[in-house]
Design a protein around this ligand. Structure first.
Ligand code: SAH
Length: 449
């Protein structure tokens, strides 16, 4: 197979990124913007050792699940993977991806429970981070690129976000605020970052700048107050002067209002600071955490919440649990978690700021034991040391693993099996309709318990 060769390919699967997968003489070809069931003419654009990338040039036979994409930016911006198939079909793809990862990577024959699909497939996000182009227009990056695609009114974000974007663009033009240029490391405004409390509708606008102060902040505050009204609770300057593609810097300065907004999740009031993690789909996060609680059976139990962020999962179980210990790496998130406990009158919880493996080692030295361990790591999954200490030292009856990456969940599930924990149930939950991401919650039970 060589570059520019053209083949007719039947698409029979999907990659984790949402590309269609077909085979030519047993060789896998990944083709963006195709769907399972398509029969397509494809030009090879890149050949690797084990697989190739192709570009769709003609659809000979369209998959039955296909529909017309309902967004002008689809196929350009890197946001949505699935606007060309029905939502039902998308859920099917996501379900098979989870089942496939468990089987292929983990060696499990367990079938996941039916996927919990989202009720809202549009405007479900509560957070957007918009990069800016050299013309001072905000948008999203094209796939695998730092080219900004202006996205108008993105259908995944609340409508108010587009009005804020437009207001900030006008302010930039009026006061000649220079957009940041990563090549020359010159210019001021790097990203516009907006967050909304899904239940409270409180709004936070953060400007990520390559400068310690912001000129013409006052007219910006006025224009945002006019545009957003009482919902505007916070405007923050985030200072990021580093030559990096990490979006946020470490320093935040309040320009207006509070340094956080509030949301309500599973009955718990939660503080959202610019730097702390919060699930982007609040409604489906509630479903996810309710299921996690159902799996955890926390009543009267010692609960350990590793990778706890602002403490949301553990705190949602604190009313029933005997005691909750949370562990989180980011200091601002730990402060939020402690404050969240206080704001909700929760006294049976503590939060440790540490790397999960380091905290686990320390807790093990202190003779700590847990009945239930909650794991909610980032995409790369759990440190092997964490799993060893959890299984070997804390010896919980139950481990509840919330995962945003089926592949690392499958890997960690296999590791837990060798450590004496059986995978009892896995449920995929769709927190990210139209994108390639899928979340899962898994229950592990101690063998011979
Ligand atoms: N459970 C929380 C957060 C989950 S996201 C919630 O549902 O909101 C994963 C969290 O793990 C992030 O807050 C991240 O800061 C934290 N994290 C990443 N690496 C870590 C590590 N090595 N040790 C502890 N926490 C870590």
């Amino acid at each position: 197979m060589t570059k520019n060769e053209i083949f007719e390919v039947r698409i029979t699967g999907s990659t984790a990124e949402g590309y269609g997968v077909g085979h030519v003489d047993g060789f896998a070809v990944f083709v963006p913007l195709t769907a399972e069931g398509d029969f397509a003419r494809v030009r090879i654009v890149k050949v690797k050792k084990q697989y190739a990338y192709g570009k769709l040039i003609e659809l000979i036979e369209a998959a039955p699940d296909r529909c017309a994409p309902d967004c002008d930016c689809f196929s350009q911006c890197g946001g949505c993977a699935w606007r060309h198939i029905s939502y039902e079909a998308e859920c099917g793809v996501k379900y098979r991806r989870v089942a496939d990862a468990l089987g292929r990577i983990g060696g499990f024959s367990l079938k996941p429970m039916p996927i919990i699909g989202a009720e809202k497939t549009e405007r479900y996000r509560n957070k957007a981070q918009y990069p800016v182009d050299q013309n001072g227009r905000f948008g999203f990056y094209a796939v695998h690129s730092h080219r900004v695609i202006p996205c108008g009114d993105c259908r995944l974000q609340p409508q108010i976000f587009s009005r804020i974007v437009a207001a900030v663009e006008t302010w930039m033009r009026t006061y000649q605020i220079a957009p940041y240029d990563a090549v020359s490391h010159k210019g001021i405004l790097r990203h516009l970052y907006i967050r909304e409390g899904g239940a409270t509708r409180e709004l936070m606008v953060t400007l990520v700048c390559n400068a310690p102060t912001l000129t013409h902040a006052q007219p910006l505050i006025e224009v945002l107050k006019r545009e957003v009204g009482n919902a505007l609770k916070s405007i923050v300057l985030n200072v990021n002067r580093a030559k990096t593609n990490v979006i946020l810097g470490e320093t935040c300065k309040v320009l207006y209002g509070m340094d956080y907004i509030t949301d309500i999740l599973c009955g718990v009031r939660v503080r959202l600071s610019p730097l702390s993690f919060y699930q982007v789909n609040r409604d489906m996060a509630e479903r996810l955490y309710q299921l996690a609680a159902q799996y955890a059976c926390p009543a009267g139990r010692q609960v350990l919440d590793l990778y706890c962020g602002t403490g949301t999962i553990g705190l949602s179980m604190a009313k029933e649990a005997a005691f909750v210990t949370g562990v989180e790496l980011i200091p601002a998130a730990v402060e939020d978690a402690r404050q969240n406990a206080a704001d909700n009158g929760i006294q049976n919880a503590r939060f440790l700021c540490a790397d999960a493996a380091e905290a686990a080692k320390q807790l093990a030295l202190e003779g700590y034991r847990a009945d239930v361990v909650l794991l909610d790591p980032p995409r790369k999954g759990c440190d092997e040391a964490v799993l060893q200490i959890v299984a070997g030292d804390f010896c919980p009856q139950r481990i509840v693993y919330v995962s945003c990456a089926p592949a690392t969940l499958a890997r960690d599930a296999a590791r837990l099996r060798t450590l004496g924990y059986l995978l009892d149930e896995v449920t995929p939950v769709d927190l990210f309709p139209r994108t390639a991401h899928v979340e899962c919650v898994a229950l592990f039970i101690k063998e011979n318990a």
